[in-house]
Ligand binder design. Sequence first.
Ligand code: GLN
Ligand code: ZN
Length: 790
Amino acid sequence: MVKATNLGFPRIGLQRELKRAVEAYWDGRISRADLEEAGRELRRRHWLVQREAGLDIIPSNDFSFYDQVLDMACTVGAVPDRYRLGIGGADSGGGTGGDAGGSIDLDVMFAMARGTAGNGLAPLEMTKWFDTNYHYIVPELAPGQRFSLAGDKPVAEFREAQDLGITTRPVLVGPLTFLWLSKPAQAGQAGGGHEGAPLALLDNLLPVYGELLQRLAGAGAQWVQLDEPILALDLPQEVRSAFPRAYEALAGAAPGLKLFLATYFGDLGENLDLALDLPVDALHLDLVRGPGQLDRALARGVPSQLSLSLGVVDGRNVWRTDLDRALTQVERAAAALGPDRVLVAPSCSLLHVPMDLALEEDLDPEIRSWLAFAQQKLEEVVIIARGAGQGRAAVAAQLAENAAALEAFRSSPRRHLPQVQERVKALRPEDSRRTVPLAERRRAQREHLGLPRHLPTTTIGSFPQTPELRALRAQWRRGELSTAEYEAALRVEIDRVIQLQEMLGLDVLVHGEPERNDMVEYFAEQLQGFAFTGHGWVQSYGSRCVKPPILYGDVARPKAMTVDWITHAQSRTAKPVKGMLTGPVTIMQWSFVRDDVPRAEVCRQLALAIRDEIADLEAAGIRVIQLDEPAFREAMPLRRDQWDEYVDWATECFRLATAVVAPETQIQTHMCYSEFNNIMDAIIALDADVLLIEASRSKMELLDAFQGFKYPADVGPGVYDIHSPRVPPVEEMAELLRKAVAVLPVGQIWVNPDCGLKTRRYEEVQPALRRMVVAAQMVRAELAGEKAGD
Ligand code: GLN
Ligand code: ZN
């Protein structure tokens, strides 16, 4: 019979109970036992929900108090020594460990994730999980790292479910993905694929995985799920060839146990054959991202011991599945392999979608009828499995309802704005090209803006979101403050921020973004084509959740979005105030996006809306406009052969939004916290006048990328790390500027912090910006002195 299964369930809880419990524990408001009870309760509820949905095989160990990669590191004992010492709990047994002595304490795990206040330990690095907005903790592995089974979380949670009468399939991060995502403790150590992924440690690691599998089998597990999403990446040959070796070892370690190898986030491409030949019992393929994989696998031949799990329900987006189409794929597989060798599943873990649409009582019913969150997706999986196993007649009513809903979705007039579609069709290449080359524009702008000859200073946009501001917004949202009162209070705040910047001596000012809670939601709320959920939370990292807007239809801008705020700010100063906007790629990347038209098309529509806003700002006398694209790098496809296509339309959209302005109007952009080295061409192709970029944490290492490339535009490499409360000394920032001066043409350098200041406090921001301005003045004077001495 075709089975229904799931790869992972959201763990945050319907009311974000996990966030509340974990944060309360960190603040000392609840005990360790309370926290563990909260975890147990969430796991229990989520297993029961999945059983009620009718799944045949339910995952376990997909729960985590922080992050599943960090859990895996703790389970195999990959805990750097500095975190074991000084916490006082490393060997205290704790509640999670059944292994006296060796078990990693929960507080040690949290210290790795968040650092410690007492002895000032920095946390491990955190980075994006493939192309999602989920962040995992990067395990740090010492040269020659030894591993040992240091936690029994997978076994304990398996037993917990057993007690409820549910035999789960425990989920583990596979050993090769684990190593690929890890980094060596000291840079330059160890060889390997992913920026020096410590592949050499595989032989140390495999016995520990083997031991864990034996324990799971001993506890009664029939299946174990090993997640190897790296199989959807371009892998070096040495990593590819490590797969058969690793999986032979694992299969040999626990002979009775069945291995379910999960791949997701893309087509396996050249790794498909490799995956099909591994000694495992089931292979999961993401047929949403890689629909062609099924036919290729069937054509090549699926080894007789291997079952296929078909990821036909999108685990990365919120739209209802086309059941007919999904069922057709599953039927094809069942006909070729026999129904007993086919499973139906979401494309990936449901971690990346909100939990339950049923909570969205305030959402427009028509829009609601288009959506499926985690619980609804499981229902879809079950319908598809039943349809494939028992025949379509068994699910005829559901299929008919689904087809009708999708037809209504496709044809809803609310999703289609003919003028917008016409406008995109009528675009000409010159619409995304500025009329005058960069060098000429620079001259015109310097004059127009009256900037200092060297090292003009500015900030990235937001100023601190104070408790008073937050309270104000909450009052307004509750209706205790009229919109007029709220806006008047925001204008007072803007006046204050302008005055402060004048006093500090900054050259290009900002209004401070007090009216924005979020740089994407703020714009989405003012655009046609977006909907918002009340409870659509998705885990971003640890206890942090985001509630992405839902982009369901053609995008249009009914009226100006920012002009009143910016012109108000500009009316208070003679210095230029920047128009401050979020770029089309970032708006798209941080939303759930319709999948019935190509992303390039969605992005062009967004770009046109922003273009109109930029034109309005310019017409209102604004001379500098900043278009932020912090998500530009993370929106890159996982596979290199798809990069060019992405870069082509993404840069075109940025230029489409900005090329509307006159040569003397300056376009700035900002990006942060990404690897820039391999996207320099794309950054040049944006044709922005000024790039403000995060750089201080790497002590300007980033400038190496600019040196090789002769970057044509102005650059503001951040000199002040806004993620730390620390106020850097003048000399430190001056030294970073001297480094920039040594590498970049001096007439092209700007002085600014790394990113927006909204998470900081004025007590830090004010002195830090003052020192930044002084550092700029100091280095300007040095430059003038050198000139004079020549
Ligand atoms: N202008 C935004 C701010 O300053 C940029 C935020 C970001 O880069 N994420 O807050
Ligand atoms: Zn930033």
